[in-house]
Structure formats: C-alpha cells, structure tokens
Design a protein around this ligand. Structure first.
Ligand SMILES: [Zn+2]
Length: 166
C-alpha cells in the first residue's frame, strides 16, 4: 500500500508541476486558432512540444482557407513539425479534443501525451485515448470554448461540415 500511495503522490506532484507549462503550451495553440479565425477559417489550433517546452511545430485548421477537409489543427502542426525520429516524448497540444482522424494520427505516430484546451464543444476521441493509456490533460479553457463557440454561432454550416454532421 505505501508504494501505491507514494506512486500516486509522485504522479500528482508531476501533474502540478506540468500544469503551468501546459497553459503556456496551450497559449501557442490558441494563437494559431486566432490566426485561423483572422484568415476566415475555423478557429482550432495545435502545437507540438518537447517535454522541456521547446516548440517543434504549430498550425491551425485550414479547411476553409485551403479547401482541404484533411487539414485539421493537429495535422497542420504535425506537418509543420517535419520528420521526427520519435513522438514518444512529444506533447500534442490542441485547442479542441481531437477528432477520430487526429486521434488516429496520435496513435499511429506514437504520441503518449495530449493536452486539450476543451472537450465541451466536441469530445472527439478523448475517452478512447484515456482507455488506451494515453496521458490526456483537459484544461477546460473558457477562452477556447468562447473562441470556437463564437465561430459556430456565426457559421453553423461550416462547423457541421467540419465534424461530419449532415
Ligand atoms: Zn482532427
């Protein structure tokens, strides 16, 4: 029993230590979402970091801008990060819970940690990620909820297209 308690405490301490870093990482993804909005696109952004906080790549949803339904925040950040030897210690940070397509990307390339701005608007594959042992941190960001919510109210048609609702 003491071993379990010690382990839990260690994990909890690690979580507290990381919380501030995750907020700073999310700020980069939010900045990408704002860039997308300024371009007339869906405000969803993502960024990939090393554990020490080094930015590897960032990007945003370009469905509208590039007429490309496969360009999600996560895939854009992933492409901008270029070739990486390993994804085990990289952190995928995204303003919105990843869809199935991006959950697949996370699984395929071997990310283990995902930081999510919010999952209230759309919960995507977060339950699957958690059930399959991925480390998921949902920050419940009101800024992310507000940013995307404002866009959805103005453009419900584009949002429904993005999430594949008929
Ligand atoms: Zn996606």
């Amino acid at each position: 029993m003491p071993a379990v308690a010690s382990c839990c405490l260690k994990r909890f301490t690690l979580f507290l230590m990381n919380t501030h870093d995750f907020d700073a990482m999310l700020a980069v993804a939010i900045n990408e979402a704002r860039k997308g909005l300024a371009e007339g696109g869906i405000p969803i952004g993502a960024a990939i970091f090393r554990r020490d906080g080094t930015l590897v790549g960032s990007g945003h949803n370009r469905r509208v801008q590039d007429n490309d339904p496969s360009s999600h925040g996560e895939t854009d950040a992933f492409r901008n990060a270029g070739r990486q030897r390993s994804y085990r210690d990289l952190i995928m940070v995204t303003t919105l819970a990843p869809c199935w397509y991006c959950t697949g990307l996370i699984r395929q390339f071997g990310f283990r940690t995902v930081v999510i701005g919010e999952s209230q608007t759309f919960e995507g594959g977060i339950h699957w990620l958690r059930e399959n042992g991925f480390e998921v941190h949902d920050l419940g960001s009101q800024e992310c909820i507000g940013l995307l919510g404002g866009f959805i109210r103005k453009h419900p048609d584009i949002w429904n297209e993005d999430i594949g609702e008929e």
